[in-house]
Design a protein around this ligand. Structure first.
Ligand SMILES: C[S@@+](CC[C@H](N)C(=O)[O-])C[C@H]1O[C@@H](n2cnc3c(N)ncnc32)[C@H](O)[C@@H]1O
Length: 415
């Protein structure tokens, strides 16, 4: 794309520097196969993760500057953590949750969730180097928490490192295989977390299907990602989106409604609608662009061949895309619906019989609210744990036909 320079106006958002001018790249060839693309992604993270750590710190994701005040004063490190906090806010992840951090980078988010929320986190990444770095960084952080002189960090039998009240482990795994890999753990994760990794995956629909498989009933999928705008014309696409897909090693980008469709097709419910925060994250690329005005970085990129240069050139396209509105950023969350018991286990201790006035006033189920008000509710039954007031021996099929239905559908674990 010799065109990147010549086709675009050089506004403040699309700065061509003397350094970047030396390295304009031709537009890449289409990826021959998706496996070839995955190999390039793996190679990229194997080679570049040390640079990411130096430039960006432990989080390889955007920063979030929600207010003018934050934009004026928050560092990128603070803003990166604020993005995680936003994701927690829109998903209401519970303390101690069992989390699968998909495309975990060098483990910044995994460590945060373990330390701050006591989560048990399995981070997976396609990059061997990232597993090594994430494990090393986690051990170093864990060592700081050990009192006394003997700071030996050990892994438990499942490979977890204790961190705060939680624990973390990292595995090298192509996320597209996570459904098979975690087959024996199917339905056991409280949370699938994916931050800026899904745009790398060739088969997005498969990811949502796999997330559904590995999540518990009631579990959440928490997602932050890059998107193309809706209804772009060919020029916008060619000028803004193509160089990003090319340089950032992305299969075709999706729109935000595409992800909602994939999720709902896979059986997930929207827990929080996509929240477009493009204007509050775009500062990331102003900072990045100034950081990469460092000749040694371009020399490194050059040594990696065309992909390395295209990667740095894409920083400029990101700024242009945000500025034009053609490139977007959003967070969203989904939930695997809670299942309800199909029958109540009558072998368990039952509460005392209902008061006589209820038994004698026609069909007991005709007014569930009365039952709820007056009937002692069974403890230790799934319905009771969920805050659903289930009259004993009432079959849920019948319950759905009663006025209680709205109460069930309207139930939210976080209400
Ligand atoms: C931009 S980084 C985001 C890292 C991390 N989620 C964060 O927010 O700091 C993208 C991550 O996706 C991972 N990734 C890309 N394709 C993958 C795949 N097929 N399977 C597993 N991880 C993948 C990369 O290895 C990298 O860790």
């Amino acid at each position: 794309m010799a065109a990147v320079t010549s086709q675009t106006t050089q506004t403040g958002q699309d700065e061509v520097t003397d350094l970047s001018k030396q390295y304009d790249t031709p537009m890449g060839l289409a990826h021959s196969t998706m496996q070839a693309l995955k190999d390039r992604i793996k190679l990229h993270y194997d080679l570049a993760s040390d640079y990411y750590l130096n430039l960006w710190g432990e989080h390889i994701h955007h920063g979030y500057w929600a207010t003018d005040e934050a934009k004026a004063k928050d560092t990128k490190e603070v803003a990166q953590v604020n993005l995680i906090r936003l994701l927690l806010e829109i998903s209401k992840v519970s303390e101690g949750a069992r989390v699968l951090d998909t495309g975990c980078g060098i483990g910044g988010t995994s460590r945060f969730l373990a330390s701050e929320l006591g989560c048990t986190v399995t981070g997976i990444t396609i990059s061997t180097k990232q597993v090594e770095m994430a494990t090393r960084l986690t051990k170093a952080e864990a060592a700081k928490q050990i009192q006394g002189d003997h700071k030996t960090v050990t892994l438990d039998a499942d490979g977890f490192i204790a961190l705060g009240k939680g624990k973390v482990r990292f595995l090298e795994l192509d996320a597209e295989k996570m459904g098979e890999y975690f087959a024996s753990d199917a339905g056991t994760f409280d949370v699938v977390w994916i931050s800026e990794a899904l745009s790398h995956f060739p088969n997005k629909a498969l990811f949502f299907q796999n997330a559904f498989k590995v999540l518990k009933q009631g579990g959440k999928l928490v997602l932050a990602d890059w998107f193309k705008g809706e209804e772009l014309n060919q020029t916008q696409f060619d000028n803004d989106i193509k160089p990003i897909e090319d340089g950032m090693l992305l299969p075709p980008l999706c729109t935000q409604p595409d992800y909602v469709k994939f999720a709902t097709d896979a059986g997930l419910k929207v827990f929080h609608e996509p929240k477009d925060i493009s204007k509050d994250v775009s500062k990331t690329w102003d900072i990045s662009w100034s950081l990469v005005q460092n000749p040694s970085l371009w020399a490194f990129a050059f040594s990696q061949g065309r992909d390395g240069i295209a990667f740095l050139q894409a920083f400029r396209a990101m700024r242009r895309g945000y500025s034009n509105g053609s490139f977007r950023y959003a967070v969203m969350s989904f939930q695997k619906e809670q299942s309800y018991p199909t029958s109540i286990d009558i072998s368990r201790p039952q509460p005392p019989p209902p008061p006589a006035h209820l038994l004698s006033s026609g069909p007991v189920r005709s007014d569930p609210s009365k039952i709820m008000a007056t009937y002692p509710q069974p403890r230790n039954q799934r319905g009771a744990e969920l805050g659903i007031l289930v009259p004993p021996r009432m079959d849920v099929g019948e319950l759905r036909n009663s006025k209680t239905e709205n109460r069930i559908n309207g139930w939210s674990p976080n209400a």
